[in-house]
Structures are given as structure tokens and as C-alpha cells.
Design a protein around this ligand. Structure first.
Ligand SMILES: [Zn+2]
Length: 365
């Protein structure tokens, strides 16, 4: 079976009612479209893959929809405006990824265009993703526009790091906080996708996918895309766990690389990134311990791979053998015993990275 299309694009929600787990937001937006009480600037804040960009696009359609939105607040996906926005053929909906456009010039160009009337739609909608990445100059230019926005302009800003967005901007936007999506809701959507794609996959397997995605629908859908592309039409828990192992391997091997470079600062920064991405530190620590144990075993005897790590691919095994050239077995033993102590504390502390950081510091300094 072919699954060429990336699932998260193929199954992108086409109405607010299809957005999962953010009802507190979609209901407000639907009402504001329906009652025609639309603000000029919104800020969507929350973890990656929870529907921020999807909601921004739906909102752009709903405010410009010529048919249903006036009655229901939902875009109809049938009128010319909806269709043109869906196929990205319209100049009045502008999407910018601030992570790739940090320069003030891009925002200046954009803001110069704000004052002109829309070419086709009722509202020009500017969607700025990862808005916290804008430069200071760019924020100032944006602020000026937000202070006196033209009637036809709507800004939808999205961010994963609200503490990096200036107060002056925050005070001028209507803010929505996105939640991680529950395992149950993710399983529901994945079940729907699997059915449509005519793939048999047990609920246990879908549960593993949902747990791996840690509340991000887009991550869940991309894990599913990968599983569909390497497995047959019937997928088991083992298939998913093999892929899950691959995910964990790259995360953990990067941590060990930093450890073998004695890069404590790098480790602290990396753990923070993982946490922000929604990784469970308890699970991560478990994976690191298993990995470290394997490294130690391979130092004793490489043939132990068949006993302790038969699930590793040849590439992964080779990677670990190379890592071992830079690692002393003494350090690995100390790291493991520190981690065993940290494991108890991780469950109780309010800063779950801290016991891992301390363990690393103890061994390296
Ligand atoms: Zn429409």
C-alpha cells in the first residue's frame, strides 16, 4: 500500500469542529466569527504540534468565508474564498515563519503591505509562526502596526515560547493557551486515519504511538506516517516499538555524545530542549540508562549485543562502538550508579531535569 502523502497534511482539519483538545479556543473563535466581533491581533501559545497553525488557517478562512461562516462560524470549504485559501492561491493570507525570517526587512516589507486594501478577500490575514524569533527591530515594526491596525488586517501570531515575546506585544493581542492533546483523543484520530488508509493496527500499537507523541498531534501523525511506510497493512505493537526504539536511539545517542565531550553546558541546554518538546524525563532517563548499560556491555564483549541489545540495527551498533572509543568504562559505571539514584528523585522533584544534570556534573567534574 502507498502512503505517499504526509498524513498530517492529508488529514489537516478543515473545520474548527475537527480540531481536537482545544475546544476552549475553537468555541471562542467560532462565536467571534458568527457574531462578527473580530479582533485585530491574536496570539496562539502552546507546545508544538497542538494545532496552532491549523487554527490560524481555519480562522483566515472563516473570517473570509462567503457562505456558512455567517451562519455557523465555520468555514464552508466550498466558496471561492475558502477554496482559494485552501489551495494557497490567495495573496491576502500571508504566512511567515519567523524562525527563518528573523530580519527586520522581511517584517518591514510585510508591514508596508498591511496598509493596502486586500486584493480579493475581506480581511488580509498575517500568520506569523514562531513569533518569538523576531528581532527587536522587527518587534518594534510589528508593534507600531498593532497600535493602529487597518480595519482589514488581522494578525495571528503563534509561539512555543511566550516568555520571549515582549510585554508590549502581549498587551495588544487576544491570547489563547493551547493544551497538550490527551492520549485518548490522539488514539481516536489515529484510528480514523488508519481506517481511511485501510491499515489494520491494534489499539495497543496506537497507544504506543500516542505516548511517543506526548500530546502533539503532528508528531503522532508523522510517527504513523513512518510506520505506514515501513510496515505492511497489518501493524503490531512490535512494529511500533521498533520505530520507537529508533526515535529514542537518536535522542539518547546525542546525550551520550555530549557526555563524552564533557560538555555539561550542552547537556543542560539539550535537556531543556527535550523538556520543551514535551519529553518525559523519567522515560528519557530510563532510555539513557539502558543505552549506557549497553555501552558498558560492549566494552566487556561486543558479542553481548546478541544478549542485551538484539533490537539494535547494524548502524546503531556501529555508532555505539565508535562512541565507546572515547568513553572510559569507569565513567560509564559511575554514570550508571548516579543515574540509579537519580531515578528515584526524578519521580518526586518539580524540576525533573535536575537529578539528571546533577548526576552528570558529579561524574564529569
Ligand atoms: Zn467559504
Amino acid at each position: 500500500m502507498e502512503h505517499n502523502l504526509v498524513l498530517y497534511r492529508k488529514y489537516r482539519p478543515q473545520s474548527f469542529s475537527e480540531i481536537l483538545g482545544q475546544e476552549h479556543i475553537t468555541q471562542t473563535l467560532v462565536n467571534s466569527v458568527f457574531q462578527n466581533s473580530i479582533a485585530h491581533a491574536y496570539l496562539l501559545y502552546g507546545p508544538r504540534g497542538t494545532g496552532k497553525t491549523s487554527i490560524a488557517r481555519l480562522f483566515a478562512k472563516a473570517v473570509n468565508c462567503e457562505i456558512d461562516a455567517k451562519k455557523s462560524g465555520e468555514p464552508c470549504n466550498k466558496c471561492q474564498n475558502c477554496l482559494d485559501i485552501n489551495s494557497q492561491r490567495v495573496l491576502d493570507v500571508v504566512e511567515i515563519d519567523a524562525a527563518s525570517n528573523t530580519g527586520v526587512d522581511n517584517i518591514r516589507d510585510l508591514i508596508d503591505g498591511v496598509k493596502f486594501n486586500p486584493s480579493q478577500l475581506k480581511y488580509k490575514v498575517f500568520i506569523i509562526d514562531e513569533v518569538h524569533m523576531l528581532s527587536k527591530g522587527a518587534f518594534n515594526a510589528l508593534l507600531k502596526t498593532l497600535e493602529e491596525p487597518p480595519k482589514h488586517a488581522i494578525f495571528v501570531l503563534a509561539t512555543t515560547e511566550i516568555e520571549k515575546v515582549p510585554e508590549t506585544i502581549l498587551s495588544r493581542v487576544q491570547r489563547f493557551d493551547f493544551k497538550r492533546i490527551s492520549i485518548k483523543k490522539i488514539i481516536e484520530k489515529l484510528t480514523h486515519i488508519a481506517k481511511k488508509e485501510k491499515v489494520k493496527i491494534d489499539e495497543d500499537a496506537l497507544r504506543v504511538v500516542a505516548q511517543l507523541a506526548e500530546g502533539g498531534m503532528r508528531d503522532a501523525e508523522s510517527i504513523l506516517t513512518r510506520i505506514f511506510s515501513v510496515s505492511g497493512d497489518k501493524i503490531t505493537v512490535e512494529d511500533v516499538e521498533n520505530i520507537a526504539g529508533a526515535t529514542n536511539f537518536s535522542k539518547v545517542s546525542k546525550f551520550i555524545d555530549l557526555f563524552s565531550d564533557k560538555n555539561i553546558g550542552g547537556i543542560v541546554a539539550y535537556l531543556n530542549t527535550l523538556k520543551e518538546e514535551g519529553s518525559d524525563m523519567q522515560e528519557f532517563l530510563k532510555a539513557v540508562m539502558k543505552y549506557t548499560r549497553n555501552l558498558l556491555m560492549f566494552q566487556i564483549d561486543q558479542h553481548l549485543k546478541n544478549v542485551v541489545a538484539s533490537d539494535l540495527t547494524d548502524d546503531q551498533f556501529e555508532y555505539m562502538i565508535n562512541q565507546n572509543k572515547k568513553l572510559k568504562s569507569e565513567d560509564l559505571k559511575r554514570l550508571l550508579s548516579e543515574f540509579m539514584e537519580a531515578e528515584e528523585i526524578v519521580k518526586k522533584t518539580s524540576i525533573p531535569m535536575l537529578p539528571i544534570e546533577l548526576a552528570v556534573m558529579k561524574v564529569l567534574s
